[in-house]
Each structure stands twice: as C-alpha cells, then as structure tokens.
Ligand binder design. Structure first.
Ligand code: ADP
Ligand code: MG
Length: 347
C-alpha cells in the first residue's frame, strides 16, 4: 500500500484524541467515527461522524472519506469492521478482534504458541462451573466486553461457584499472587518489521491502572522474554499497528501473559514524554505506511491516571516543568472513569 493521507478512527475517547494529535504531527488528516455525540476526540480530529456502529449507510460514508481505518477500542462489532474492510484497508485486521474480543479464544491462542498464561478453564455450561474446584481461589470473568475490572467476580471458595447462575460464557482463572505487573508496547509495520518499547511497570487499584513507570524494575531475562513474546504475538496475529501485551510476574518470578490489547494502551501514555516517538505516532506510521522510527527512551517517567472527580483539583493545579497534565475533556466525571493523566519525567 502507498502512504495514506487520511486516517479513519473508530471510537472517540482519549485514545482517539491522542491518535489525532499524533496524526497531525505527521501531516495525516483524521476522521473520527463514534456513537457518542460528546466524544472528546472531536476536539482534535479534522472531521467527526456521530452514529451507531450498526448504521451501514454512515459506515459506508465514513469509509469513503478515508484511505485507511483503525480503531481505538477492541469491542467494535466484527461484522462492522468486515464491511469497512470491503471498502478500505482496516489495521489491525478484524480477525485480530475476533480472537482478542473473547478471553477464552485469546488465552487458547496464546497457549497454543507455547506462551504461558495463568491456569484457566473455559466455562461454557453450568456443568463446567461445577467442575472447576481446582481453580479456586479464582477470578470468574465474562469472556466478552470486560474492561477495567468490569465483568469480573472473585471466587474465594468452592461455594461461591455454586452461587453463580450460568448466564454467560465465562473463563475461570486461577487467582495468582502477583509479584509485579508489566506491559510491553509493540508496533508492527506493514513490511512485518516490529519496533518495541521497554517494559513498563504497572500498579492497579481496584483493577484499574493507577500508575505506570518506565523502565520497569525487572531482571534482564524478563525484559528480553517480555519483548520476545510481544514480537511473537504481534507477528503470529499478523498485526499491523501498535498493540500492548499485559503481563503478570507471579511469586515464582515467572512471566505470564495476562492479556493483549489490540490498540494503543493506557500504560503507554508515558511514551509521549519519555520517548523520541510516542506509541500513538508509531501506530499512525504503521497503519498509514510511513517510514519506521525506532523508539528510544529519552528520560525515565511515571504516569498517574486521574479517575473520576479527582480531575477537578488537577484542573486548578499549577505544574512543574517536568509534569505533563493531560485532560481528556470528558463532559461528565463518573466514578472509576478515566478523566486524564499526569506524566512526570525524572529530570
Ligand atoms: P481488564 O480487561 O479489566 O483489564 P484484566 O484481566 O487485565 O482485565 O484484570 C484487571 C486486573 O485485575 C489485572 O491487571 C490484575 O491486577 C488483576 N487480575 C486479573 N486477573 C488476575 C488473576 N488471574 N490473578 C491475579 N490478579 C488478576
Ligand atoms: Mg487488563
């Protein structure tokens, strides 16, 4: 494919906003398509279309305005992406979403490559729930549509399993003791070449990301292995663009894949200030087929997420020259909602 000039982005949250800003930097025009009329990314895009993801006429109109399409969240209906794909290239390919939108399919895929995850069992019937004692204490997760800990229940004892009425397909994961959580951002270009960012160390509160720090304080073996796995996963998915692999390090210091995010990722926001090239610009470059740039860490950094009403005090605050405040410009501050972030570089 030749270089794209107009990038279509499905979804209009903060990731969409940051993708638009990165696109502007490399002279790419953006069109956002989002089902939320208040989507913050419209503040940064060249054009904004507000309609449902099932409105085929609007989806067609959007596809005809752009050269290439990407997305900022993974739960767009796969049939919608397939319709767009008939008109314009979609990166990453919708097939990636088909695998990753479903936690069971995703974990099966990872394990088939010989890459370890926590022990888990796919729960496809009430009977499966009765035969899952060996994974208790565990975490029962809906196979689809969970994020920021939504759709998850901790199962402390076997009796808790009996209380669950089987309504959805689930995955039951062994609840492991975490030594650390890290993530690796990888961007794969259209010629198959990958660039990798250094592992980022993540701390979650209430299952929501609280802080991310680069570089992660982990052994050299973990650094190498986490980057190798990220490259293998991107390659085996035939992925184009930026994705993130979230890892657990268990109390035996083993590296396990938690999940893959087929998009730019919250833990990678610090790349804007800490690297010569952000995860967003890498994504734009890969999907628009621009020249590859190798990411290099310029300065150590930490990012803190700003959740819910905490945003109001940040909006009043003055910042030091090594503090970078990002306000996502959301109209409502709901509890647990990501409203902004603050990156502090170690000057
Ligand atoms: P989400 O899609 O909501 O990000 P995750 O599966 O990544 O879901 O879970 C969110 C967080 O919950 C993880 O980052 C981790 O801190 C904790 N967690 C999830 N699964 C497990 C598990 N099997 N064992 C221990 N902690 C877990
Ligand atoms: Mg997660």
């Amino acid at each position: 494919m030749s270089q794209a000039k107009v990038l279509g982005i499905i979804g209009g949250g903060q990731l969409g906003s940051m993708l638009c800003q990165a696109a502007k930097k490399v002279n790419i025009k953006t069109v956002i398509y989002c089902d939320d009329k208040n989507a913050p990314a419209q503040n940064f895009s060249d054009q904004f279309i507000n309609s449902s993801y099932e409105n085929i006429n609007k989806i067609n109109e959007f596809s005809n305005l752009v050269d290439v399409v990407t997305f900022e969240f993974e739960n767009i209906p796969v049939p919608t992406l397939e319709i767009i794909k008939k008109i314009k290239p979609v990166y990453p390919d919708p097939q990636v979403n088909f695998i990753i939108q479903n936690r069971s399919r995703e974990k099966d895929f990872i394990n088939k490559l010989g890459i370890k995850t926590v022990n888990y069992k796919n729960i496809n019937s009430a009977e499966d729930l009765n035969q899952a004692d060996q994974l208790v204490p565990g975490i029962l997760k809906t196979t689809t549509l969970g994020y920021d800990g939504k759709g998850q229940v901790v199962i402390n004892e076997t009796d808790d399993l009996k209380k669950i009425s089987f309504e959805n397909e689930y995955i039951l994961e062994e609840k492991i003791k975490l030594n650390k959580e890290i993530s690796v951002i990888v961007t794969r270009y259209q010629n198959g070449e990958c660039v990798l960012y250094d592992p980022i160390e993540n701390i979650h509160h209430d299952q929501i990301l609280d802080t991310s720090t680069v570089p992660a304080k982990v052994d050299g073996d973990i650094i190498r292995l986490s980057k190798d796995y990220a490259k293998t996963l991107a390659t085996k998915l035939n992925y184009i663009g930026t994705m993130c692999v979230e890892y657990f390090i268990n109390d035996q210091k083993e590296l396990l894949v938690n999940e893959i995010a087929p998009r730019v990722h919250n833990s990678g926001h610090l790349t804007i200030n800490a690297y010569n090239i952000s995860q967003f610009e890498s994504h734009v470059r890969a999907v628009c087929n621009l020249e590859k740039i190798e990411p290099k860490l310029k300065i150590n950094a930490q990012m803190k997420n700003i959740i819910g009403e905490d945003i109001f005090k940040y909006r009043e605050q003055k910042f030091k020259s090594n503090e970078y405040f990002f306000d996502y410009l959301k109209t409502e501050a709901k509890p647990k909602r990501k409203m902004g972030h603050l990156t502090t570089t170690q000057d």
